[in-house]
Design a protein around this ligand. Sequence first.
Ligand SMILES: C[S@@+](CC[C@H](N)C(=O)[O-])C[C@H]1O[C@@H](n2cnc3c(N)ncnc32)[C@H](O)[C@@H]1O
Length: 273
Amino acid sequence: MTMAEMGIMTAELEARLILEQRCRIDWGKIIADPGFLVPEQERRKIADDLEERLQGRPLSKIYGKKEFWGLEFEVTDDVLDPRPDTETIIDIAVQRFPKDADIKILDMGTGSGCLLVSLLHEFPNATGLGLDISPKALAVAKCNAQKFNLDSRAEFVESDWFAGLDESLQFDLIVSNPPYISNRVIPDLEPEVRNFDPIQALDGGEDGLQAYKIIFSTINLFIKKGGTGLFEIGYDQKNDVMRIGRESRFSDISVHRDLAGQPRVVEIYCGDK
Ligand SMILES: C[S@@+](CC[C@H](N)C(=O)[O-])C[C@H]1O[C@@H](n2cnc3c(N)ncnc32)[C@H](O)[C@@H]1O
């Protein structure tokens, strides 16, 4: 059965990517050369890749890399595949602080490190801390910080949200894409997500809101006066997450949409302390 017959919507694009990856050549060069033949030694590998893909494994997990904010991140089975929607957080952050700002950034649930690494890449004078409950995810995040020569400005710590942080730590910018899927709907997710993203990266508890409740109840201790928090949300969680923010005594709360027009990021501004 082909990828298209399997209902893989991006079958044509993915077939191109497999060819490009295995033959180490751009698609443009392939179509510009009517005599192009896939080298014999690559055919077996391509057949194996297709077989894995037909089992539902995403290409990012097969090749161990995924692009985010124009950077190519290493990914493993231990981290969520970075998603384009999450770039909305970076989009907003670069509007909030000048490029040369000497800011301190906290990334909660750093996973592959895509948020923290992209932010440090954007703000050359910033320093950052990435935390995660998963030591295996932290190893991937460290590897990505090294890959982009940002490890001198990035630290990583194993922590259950704020529980492992010293209260003397104060941040200008706190970002998070926490797990926000209700555990009731996890069995209905696409197999690519359900079977290949770590459950810890998806499971937001019974109502999907568990992480926001924990984080918002304590964030005030760690955010500087004048600091900003940016949190990814599910498309239908805007009202609930804003309510949790207000209950945690944040009055300056706004919602930002992603490129598809869906509510995607809740911003809290810490005007007073
Ligand atoms: C949705 S993933 C986001 C990963 C990455 N920041 C991104 O945007 O692609 C959520 C991350 O939160 C981590 N996580 C889940 N529960 C946590 C907890 N109690 N404390 C800290 N991190 C947690 C998971 O291990 C996972 O890496």
